[in-house]
Design a protein around this ligand. Structure first.
Ligand SMILES: Nc1nc2c(ncn2[C@@H]2O[C@H](COP(=O)(O)OP(=O)(O)OP(=O)(O)O)[C@@H](O)[C@H]2O)c(=O)[nH]1
Ligand SMILES: [Mg+2]
Ligand SMILES: [Zn+2]
Length: 313
């Protein structure tokens, strides 16, 4: 029997997985009933997983193998398979594992900067202890000054921010520096330019991108599967489909407030220790919104998320 090899899953498709070894060799692997997973109750194999596999003789162009073991994931991006609100674990699909940072890609326009979505990702990342990089693409379309207020808020929160334009090829070196040596999952609204940016980072047109603009394309979802790509200078980027039903399963109405970190210093001053900062009298968080100490847009995002959590219960 051949010895075991190890690698990382870079693509899933049908019943097989493409595993890339450290030396760059790509092997098409499948699982068998004896495949061992160290992630009980979660998807068996996901992009980003470290696996060991047994290579086997194959008559095809690409080497083939059988996955022996899937290592424990240090982090996971999960989405619901079924949006009919079934919360059982089987309904949750891990779209990427072992990520080091979540790259929240947004665009200055076309589609317009979506602060609700950015805040949703930030709350998720906070709940998962994942570092975040906010990328604002399409700065070529930005009206001067329009972005400043939003960016000031995120800077004050301590987020790393990178303003780029794929069209003008600007800001890419800074973006590369943020990705160096890490596994970064790109996520964000459809049409913001995730695949376009990744192609530029790779220096080749590896991923399919939308041919028309978001405005005329009416919310097309060009990327439909998750792919992991190795950057020349080290590190990996993962292109995820624009995630509509991004799963916030770890977040509840009770703990949401802890993931809006700028609320924390005001919370002890609320009249009620269990204050949800929505309707309670003498709420210090609401007071801070009114005095301008908390950005009202962030508070609006909090309320929107709070409401959505109730309707999912
Ligand atoms: N003006 C402008 N257009 C851009 C820029 N970057 C990307 N685009 C365009 O935006 C559209 C969407 O780009 P994609 O890379 O396909 O977007 P995506 O985020 O991967 O979208 P999904 O795969 O649907 O999630 C394409 O028409 C790109 O040419 C930019 O910096 N400026
Ligand atoms: Mg895409
Ligand atoms: Zn309060």
């Amino acid at each position: 029997m051949k010895e075991l090899l190890s690698g990382v899953v870079i693509r899933t498709g049908g019943a097989s997985y493409i595993v890339e070894c450290d030396d760059g060799l790509q092997v098409r692997c499948r699982t068998v009933p004896g495949t061992v997973s160290e992630n009980e109750g979660e998807s068996l194999v996901a992009v980003g997983d470290r696996v060991t596999f047994r290579p086997k003789a194959s008559g095809t162009e690409m080497a083939e193998g059988v996955i022996d073991r899937v290592a424990r994931r240090t982090s996971a991006l999960v989405r619901r398979r079924d949006i009919r609100r079934n919360r059982s674990k089987e309904q949750e699909q891990v779209i990427a594992g072992n990520i080091d940072q979540l790259v929240v890609v947004s665009s200055a326009d076309d589609p317009p900067l979506n602060r609700r979505l950015i805040d949703r990702y930030l709350a998720f990342a906070e709940s998962e202890h994942l570092p975040v990089l906010i990328v604002v693409n399409k700065t070529d379309l930005a009206e001067p000054g329009r972005l400043d207020e939003a960016l000031a808020t995120y800077r004050a929160l301590g987020c790393a921010i990178c303003c780029v334009s794929a069209a003008r090829r600007s800001g890419l070196d800074e973006l590369k520096a943020h990705l160096d040596g890490k596994v970064s999952a790109f996520s964000g609204h459809s049409g913001v330019g995730k695949s376009t940016l990744i192609n530029l980072l790779l220096g080749r047109k590896e991923l399919k991108t939308a041919r028309i603009s978001y405005r005329t394309g009416k919310g097309v979802h060009t990327t439909s599967s998750t792919t992991m790509l190795r950057l020349a200078d080290g590190g990996y980027v993962i292109d995820t489909p624009g995630i509509r039903e991004f799963n916030l399963s770890g977040i509840t109405r009770e703990n949401l407030r802890f993931y809006f970190t700028e609320f924390l210093r005001f919370m002890p001053e609320c009249s009620f220790s269990s204050c949800t900062h929505t309707v309670e009298p003498c709420c210090a968080v609401i007071g801070a919104v009114e005095s301008g100490a908390i950005d009202p847009e962030r508070y609006e995002s909090y309320l929107a998320l709070f409401e959505s959590l109730e309707s999912n219960a």
